[in-house]
Design a protein around this ligand. Structure first.
Ligand SMILES: N[C@@H](CCC(=O)N[C@@H](CS)C(=O)NCC(=O)O)C(=O)O
Length: 202
């Protein structure tokens, strides 16, 4: 059986959620965060020390969306928008928007807000990251006009990608940056039975 290494409130939730959506079992090994501090042996398995990590026979993957793509593809899931689908380009755009454009300022906020002595330079970095996050979330808000999901009228990996930065928005107490459509969209994703099962184990 394949194994997924995870830690609470990390991008690993994407993988556990995906497994629940497609009904595939894996052994889930949950570690305290951050693994490099609490589970030093983990670095032998994944030299970056990051989660998630998937081990499936000879296959080792440690990028959350690469794992989702690999597993959804292996099991023929409609969570992937196929290359001949007219929505394919929009699908790719939102798949990457979730892990790159949205995650970048939110990751910066997450790290820099932990700095204990915050002088004007740190405050300026935080303000800049907040502005970027707000602007990028506005683009999401516009996309959701008249849509329940980002592309193809159904749940796809693009939604699973974007769900994590939206989770981080709440962890960082930034819900006021979300428009009404984005807040309702996040709730819609969170209410899915597969998501609920996933957060119980992730
Ligand atoms: N792009 C990678 C990022 C992985 C990553 O940064 N994981 C974070 C948790 S969300 C982590 O393990 N951090 C632990 C650390 O920095 O030591 C992915 O999507 O999986």
């Amino acid at each position: 059986m394949m194994t997924v290494y995870t830690a609470p409130d990390t991008r690993a939730i994407r993988v556990i959620w995906l497994l629940e959506e497609i009904g595939v079992k894996a052994e889930i090994k949950s570690m305290p965060y951050p693994p490099r501090r609490h589970t030093p042996d983990y670095v032998a398995l994944n030299p970056s020390g990051l989660v998630p990590l998937l081990i499936d026979g000879e296959v080792r993957l440690s990028e959350s969306m690469a794992i989702c793509d690999y597993l959804a593809g292996k099991h023929g899931s409609p969570l992937i928008v196929p290359t001949d689908d007219p929505e394919r380009a929009a699908y790719l755009q939102w798949l990457w928007y979730g892990e790159s454009t949205l995650m970048t300022p939110l990751s910066r906020l997450n790290v820099v807000s932990q700095v204990e002595r915050k002088g004007p330079e740190v405050e300026a970095i935080l303000a800049g990251a907040r502005d970027q996050a707000a602007q990028r979330l506005e683009v999401l808000e516009a996309r959701l006009e008249g849509r329940d999901f980002l592309v193809a009228g159904r749940l796809t990996l693009a939604d699973i990608s974007v769900s994590y930065p939206l989770h981080l928005v709440s962890l960082l107490d930034l819900d006021h940056l979300l428009g009404t459509r984005s807040a309702a969209y996040r709730e819609r994703l969170r209410m899915r039975p597969a998501y609920q099962r996933a957060i119980a184990v992730a």
